[in-house]
Design a protein. Structure first.
Length: 164
């Protein structure tokens, strides 16, 4: 059975596609790509159909990650098929939990940086780099990478440590 993870930010052109591609690479490295399905979405539909922000693409490709992406909006009915919904900041967390129609769906929503053992528990947001320069995207990548190993350990446990 496939374990499904969806990363969510606001417009689905910066943070969530970055998290999607970084985590996909970690899942593939761990040999779990046949067991885990990864995608991303935005809480708003402003950029639906657009590619990732060019700065996101640049930072991802310069660091050896894939960058193919088409933005889309998160739909509440997706909760039924998802096992984990990963919010990039507290605003997304609140929005997603409001969209959840059941307590079980709301429990599927987690903050990405909550998986980073080195993160300050009082600041678990991945800042939005959109209105800044390239350095904000580079910092975003560092934060996403910092949480990816902890997230991978959690997902590995959820799929029972099986390797395809």
């Amino acid at each position: 059975m496939t374990y499904r993870v969806c990363f969510v930010c606001t417009g689905n052109i910066c943070r969530s596609p970055m998290a999607e591609h970084v985590f996909r690479a970690r899942v593939e490295e761990a040999g779990l790509n046949g067991l885990v399905e990864i995608d991303s979405a935005g809480t708003d539909g402003w950029h639906e159909g657009d590619g990732a922000d060019p700065r996101t693409v640049r930072v991802l490709t310069e660091n050896g990650y894939g960058a193919e992406h088409t933005a889309r909006r998160f739909h509440p009915d997706w909760f039924a098929r998802l096992d984990l919904v990963v919010a990039l900041d507290h605003g997304h967390l609140r929005t997603l939990r409001r969209l959840a129609s059941t307590p079980q769906d709301a429990e599927k929503v987690r903050l990405l940086r909550s998986y980073d053992p080195g993160a300050d528990a009082s600041d678990l947001d991945v800042p939005d780099p959109y209105y800044g320069d390239l350095s904000g995207f580079e910092e975003c990548l560092k934060l996403v990478e910092g949480a990816s190993e902890g997230l991978l350990a959690s997902v590995r446990e959820a799929v029972g440590g099986r390797v395809v």
